[in-house]
Design a protein around this ligand. Structure first.
Ligand code: ADP
Ligand code: MG
Length: 340
């Protein structure tokens, strides 16, 4: 009898995984840029055409991929970042699942050109729908350029679900803005397609990046926050109570260089601002939290945006107290207080 249970062929398995990792064009952009950051890039240039479906290109000046490794990079569960699960306890990189490149490749036409800094020649790999169709030597500058064209050409249902160009590009620009805020030491350039949408200087100054992403006027009004407790440090900028938004869109948490979403931290912020701003209004926050990697777990969701903190109560308390203290300390002195 023929067995009813069959292991999926790699192509189908990759496309199914792509359903989780590559929901829409912005997910491709995020994964490619995170790879560039993991490769130690100092300059990353992102070019988008239309809503991202026709073309997404990410160019970096990072470490590059060796000719031997290039075909491996697009294999499922192939990663240079961890060797075993315990390595997650000391994870220093954004990636670790080895799923992004094979997933993206399986639903697009992908072109990867890469050269390692100390190598004279670069390599180029072309894939269509995850099938390798060309591997050849190619002259190129050091670093990696990945071009993703015709996204979801072989998964029409996914493509149909996409929104207008404005919505999809808005999401891309928003996510890149957050990544740029997470890494002020890296210069990000976003082009759509020929025009520069923004460019951060990459000089390591968070306030400069905030100025580029949110505007200089807003940046000038923010209050700096900087403190530490044991092995935790908290750095960043928060808005005075009269500078608020109707959503949490501009509430940005960066944990060891990773942008995360966290109800816990959002609640801690609200507590810090409690009574200072009306309910249902939210401050503008860009804070970088640094803590030992073994104190949280990133292996919670395929998009790696959620993390679980070991010591969440103490952490939330630390953040809300520091936010409150910073706000109260920075309060302009009222005229009658000055007189007395
Ligand atoms: P992960 O990031 O989880 O390791 P990916 O599928 O995103 O998995 O990438 C696979 C591998 O390809 C990475 O581990 C890395 O070695 C290599 N790689 C991908 N993008 C780049 C890049 N821009 N520069 C250098 N190496 C890269
Ligand atoms: Mg990756």
């Amino acid at each position: 009898m023929i067995s009813k249970i069959q292991v999926l062929d790699p192509q189908s398995a990759n496309q199914i995984a792509a359903g989780e990792v590559v929901e829409r064009p912005v997910s491709v952009v995020k994964e490619l840029v995170e790879n560039s950051l993991d490769a130690g890039a100092k300059q990353i240039e992102i070019t988008i055409e239309g809503n991202g479906v026709p073309l997404i290109r990410v160019r970096d000046d990072g470490s590059g991929i060796s000719p031997e490794d290039l075909p491996q990079a697009v294999l499922r569960h192939a990663t240079s970042k961890i060797r075993r699960i315990e390595d997650l306890n000391e994870l220093q990189t954004l990636g670790f699942r080895g799923e992004a490149l094979p997933s993206i490749a399986s639903v697009s036409r992908m072109d990867i050109t890469s050269r390692q800094t100390d190598s004279v020649l670069g390599m180029n790999l072309k894939l269509i729908g995850g099938e390798r169709c060309e591997l050849q030597e190619m002259g190129c500058p050091p670093g990696t350029t990945i071009t993703v064209e015709d996204l979801f050409f072989n998964t029409p249902a996914r493509r149909k679900f996409l929104k207008t160009q404005n919505t999809e590009f808005g999401l891309i620009s928003d996510t890149l803005g957050r990544l740029a805020l997470a890494r002020p030491d890296v210069s990000f350039t976003l082009k759509h397609p020929k025009q520069v949408v923004f460019q951060t200087p990459g000089r390591g100054k968070l306030l400069e990046s905030i100025g580029v992403i949110y505007g200089q006027k807003l940046a000038r009004q923010l209050i700096p926050l900087s403190c530490s407790y044991k092995e935790w440090t908290l750095e960043g900028y928060i808005s005075p109570p009269d500078l608020v938004r109707s959503t949490r869109q501009e509430e940005i948490f960066i944990v060891n260089g990773r942008i995360i979403r966290s109800k816990l931290l959002s609640r801690a912020i609200s507590e810090g601002y409690h009574t200072l701003i009306p309910n249902r209004l939210f401050p503008i926050i860009v804070i970088q939290l640094t803590l030992p990697p073994h104190e949280y777990d990133v292996n919670v969701h395929p998009t790696k945006m959620e993390i679980r903190f070991q010591n969440e109560k103490a952490l939330a308390q630390f953040i809300s107290e520091q936010v409150r203290k910073t706000l109260l300390d920075s309060r302009p002195v009222a005229p009658f207080e000055r007189l007395s």
